[in-house]
Design a protein around this ligand. Sequence first.
Ligand code: F6R
Length: 240
Amino acid sequence: MKIIKVKNYEELSLKASEIMVELLKAKPDATLGLATGSSPIGLYKNLIKAYNNKEISFEDVKTYNLDEYCELPREHAESYYTFMHKNLFDHVNIKEENIHIPSSVGSDLQKNCDDYNNLLNSATVDVQLLGIGGNGHIGFNEPGTSFESETQIIKLADKTREDNKRFFNSIDEVPTHAITMGIKNILNAKSILLVASGKNKAEAIYKLVNEGVTEDFPASALKNHKNVTVIVDSDAASLL
Ligand code: F6R
């Protein structure tokens, strides 16, 4: 696992976008695994800039997102479908048919998981972008999730709902479940890029770097992958 320490969120977003831009220049038809949340927003802004400067194109890029809340319609302001369109897809020339986000629409969510899993298994993700939860979750794979897990419906940990309530009017509005790629799916990517910013990530980053591999701390599964880069800002790295 390669750890890159930078000063702040701005530098983190720059470094992460340089890695992605380099990949997209070398492989314009790359397949990207994408994340939502606060961590990648700066990176997405930089990708949009690189697209506007004609450094990169999304014409042939395919994307697979990590997760989606259950209980929210796609058009909800806080669905990850909306997040991705607002923060990246609406601003670049990606083809809608090349965008893949788990769907929580309909009554048979297990079928949605299986369909998404089949899609993932037929793809090769060049780089999987990840944030990390304060409790060490990756995707929405909460502590205790099997490292053999594939796309699944997961009950969100209280900590995750608490952390994410900043996006909603109250805790009651935060969904209780999500569909997430499993840890096995995440580890199938050719390379993994994890970004973490802020003091609230310091403990998780300390554990990731210094502690052993255990299903109680999902991000530790990344130690079983050969090509992982972790970019942390000084606050997230403050316990290292
Ligand atoms: C998002 C995701 C989550 C977040 C994590 C950190 O698609 O899968 O694992 O990456 O919860 O969230 P932020 O970046 O908001 O701190």
